[in-house]
Design a protein around this ligand. Structure first.
Ligand SMILES: Cc1cc2nc3c(=O)[nH]c(=O)nc-3n(C[C@H](O)[C@H](O)[C@H](O)COP(=O)(O)OP(=O)(O)OC[C@H]3O[C@@H](n4cnc5c(N)ncnc54)[C@H](O)[C@@H]3O)c2cc1C
Length: 443
């Protein structure tokens, strides 16, 4: 870990926070998560608190692989982490498949967990009902709630801020989150046996980086909404593959293609920490799901497909049970499926080596990675030109983003759209932590 990092406040202010929220679960009296428009979900530390326990679970400062290399796919683990099986498929229920981000694998597995496998709920995120441009963590225990959180939200979310809901659930839960969220769960479980017992399986969605809330605001402005805070709902994908980003205000609906939303707007708002992340495919999860982009571009209304990776024996078993129960249609895929579907990710892994090294040399705080073979990827997958770009690009960013200075977290706490209607709820501190208080979030 960087010596510049001694506390959770350092993690946030030195721009190493990935926004997962595990610190708030580990030390709820010392840390609370807030929305910072420019940065994302970030921790605010109670003055005078010692945050060492929270720091021990932080994936922002350190990621260490400890899997048994002899037990995983020998061709793939250096570039993609531990892999036992690769599948492609989709949710058997047409509605789940259509509404979802890719093929609905994450939602179908969550539903399988609570309806047929004895899980005590699905811990994941959904759009806030009262402020639809922000997200909240919830433990979904009904079909309506699980399906209500369907779809990728290209925006800050911290599903680990409410891990206590898993800990106190009646039975082990299914966890769904981004790769950094799954990594945080894995760290927190190692520190908290009571949590470890209550996680049935972890599912990570592939993630190239989570744009800040400013990205959502900009996307809604490009759609033509003058006041992004006034929209009634926002979706980023789904209703086809990849589907359109949609904003709705009263009876007005506007949309953008995936290329126009993610490609032209949202990507620009991905924070620095995501750009030095070596794990975009959920290497610490039991199962990870992403887009099999090798199918090329499809008409928006086409039903989607999921690439599904089993990474641990637990993941293999959970997938087998789900397949046998008929909730997922899956076909096995070869070792090349990952490279074909996400060809840029091996370059990114290599570039991470150059970006981390350059920013460290220039005095920025940097994370510690072990077991990602980033130097390997630097040598193998990057041309000389790409290496130079990683170096120059980082020098530019270190100065432009002020990476050598502290950036204080600025809480963005808009009034609830239900203000007045739910006064008592907003006074309930558990609501702030994402207690199970949300209904459907699908637009
Ligand atoms: C920020 C971001 C970046 C992405 N980058 C990539 C990429 O580089 N490559 C790629 O193949 N796919 C990427 N995706 C898309 C996603 O990995 C796939 O769509 C994945 O296959 C999930 O599809 P699904 O149909 O199984 O999920 P669904 O069945 O639609 O379910 C989605 C689940 O993800 C959860 N979720 C949604 N948004 C978030 C979030 N911001 N944080 C935590 N949990 C969330 C929901 O709670 C829900 O349970 C990204 C998604 C996001 C949110």
């Amino acid at each position: 870990m960087s010596s510049a990092i001694q506390s959770i406040q350092d993690v946030a202010e030195r721009q190493l926070c990935s926004g997962c929220g595990a610190c708030a679960y580990m030390q709820p009296k010392a840390v609370r998560m807030v929305d910072d428009l420019a940065q994302g979900r970030r921790p605010v530390v109670t003055p005078g608190s010692d945050t060492q326990e929270a720091l021990a679970a932080c994936p922002g400062v350190e990621l260490v692989h400890t899997y048994d290399k002899s037990a995983v796919n020998p061709e793939l683990h250096r570039g993609w982490g531990p892999i036992l099986e690769i599948w492609e498929g989709w949710a058997s229920e047409p509605e789940v498949r259509f509404e979802s981000s890719s093929g609905g694998a994450a939602t179908a597995l969550g539903l399988f967990g609570i309806e047929q496998d004895g899980a005590g709920g699905v811990l994941h995120i959904a759009a806030r009902e009262d402020v639809p441009t922000l997200n909240v963590t919830r433990l979904s225990t009904s079909r309506e709630e699980v399906v209500g959180a369907i779809g990728s939200r290209y925006a800050p979310a911290s599903p680990c801020d409410s891990l206590e809901l898993a800990e106190s659930a009646d039975a082990p839960v299914v966890f769904i989150g981004k790769p950094c969220d799954a990594a945080a769960v894995s760290k927190a479980r190692a520190l908290r046996p009571a949590l470890d017992e209550k996680v049935a399986v972890t599912i990570a969605i592939f993630c190239a980086g989570a744009p800040s809330t400013q990205g959502t605001h900009e996307m809604l402005k490009v759609m033509g909404f003058d006041d992004p805070m006034a929209v009634d709902s926002v979706r980023y994908r789904g209703k086809g593959w990849p589907g359109r980003a949609r904003g709705v205000q009263a009876d007005r609906e506007e949309s953008l293609t995936y290329h126009e939303s993610w490609g032209k707007v949202l990507q620009r708002f991905v924070p620095w920490r995501c750009r030095i992340c070596p794990d975009h495919t959920g290497e610490f999860a039991d199962i990870s799901v992403g887009d099999p982009w090798y199918h090329g571009s499809t008409p928006d209304e086409e039903a989607g497909r999921s690439l599904v990776i089993a990474r641990t024996p637990k993941g293999v078993e959970f997938l087998r049970r789900a397949r046998e129960a008929g909730v997922l249609e899956l076909e096995p895929r070869g070792a090349d499926a990952l490279t074909l579907s996400q060809p840029n990710l091996l370059h990114v892994r290599g570039a991470v080596f150059g970006r981390v090294l350059t920013s460290r040399l220039l005095g920025a705080a940097t994370p510690r990675y072990k077991g990602f073979y980033v130097f390997d990827a630097w040598l193998k997958h990057l041309s000389l030109k790409q290496r130079a770009q990683a170096f120059y690009g980082t020098v530019k960013r270190v100065f432009k983003k002020g990476l050598r200075k502290r950036m204080v977290v600025k809480p963005f706490e808009p009034a609830s759209r239900h203000a007045g209607q739910d006064q008592s709820a907003s006074e309930d501190p558990s609501r702030d932590r994402g207690a199970n208080s949300q209904g459907s979030s699908v637009a």
